[in-house]
Design a protein around this ligand. Sequence first.
Ligand code: Q9C
Ligand code: ZN
Length: 350
Amino acid sequence: MRVVHSAEHLRHAPGHEYEDGKAIANYEVPERAEAIRRALEADGGFTFEAPTEHGTEPIAAAHDPAMLGYLASAWGEWVAAGETATEIMPDTFPLPAYHEGMERPTGPGHPRAQVATWVFDASSPIVEGTYRAARSAVDVALTAADLVLGGERFAYGLCRPPGHHAARAMMGGYCYFNNAAIVAEDLVRRTGGRVAILDVDYHHGNGTQQIFYARGDVLYVSLHGDPARAYPYFSGYAEETGTGAGIGATLNLSLPEGCGGEEYLTHMDRALDAIDEFGDAPLVVSLGIDTYRLDPICDLALTTETYAAVGRRVAALGRPTIVLQEGGYYVPDLGQNVRSWLRGLEERGD
Ligand code: Q9C
Ligand code: ZN
């Protein structure tokens, strides 16, 4: 399988995130992508290539261009304002209730006000290299899509930072640009056809769901920890099925705490049936490995073998498939788990 990878992700090295009143080391570390790269290199069955530049147009097709403009200039404005901290993070929460019954003043605002209007959580610092790393992740994803449009049955984009929590006009959840949504939108525009997205990250992909919520030409199917107990809490319930032309083109499947491989595969079969019924569309997979039994921030119980089984079932759909990396935080086994998933997809045995 061909793998697209760029060392530019190393420019994004967030230091901290907020947890229960404390600053802790951020889980979304550069070593994640390095561990995956090394495991795939050692396998010998994967060939690596660099991304090609795709520019900002495909990003602006999925996101508010003002959000793109903000991320491009955030670091420079932070420094120009005389700030010296190495991470930009919100310290205020501009809820709609703040301005209830009042006008919302306009104006550029302090860089701390800016970040709070674009970033929805305290897990997603903007550092000096975030914009360039996030741009490279988009190029990685779009280059993987190019390979599949060029006739490859599968391609894997080793995206970092991840993307599925980034909404049309909002960043967060370690995500800045929504790599999977940008690829799906680009595929629709280039092929004139439909696209299916399968999101297997532990967390609900609120951003991807939102970007296509009113669209009937992009199917969004997600398996995730029940939002009644799991981040991002505010979306991912079964009742969310789309709106307008998109009614029926969103499917959310919630997983119970401790869910193991056997039960997981029954939910997966429901997801794959929905994709099969959607018709002969290319498939974009948001591949989160934070469903792993040892993941430090999640509570499912999947094993390395489960990932191979899932890959094989996805292969059985017979669709051209672009696999893009999302989460997965147990770094010691992350590479083997991704390798297992991708080998399953290629129906290569152990
Ligand atoms: N202290 C992805 O897997 N932090 N994003 C939750 C833990 C944010 C997960 C609180 C988790 C974001 C791509
Ligand atoms: Zn996740």
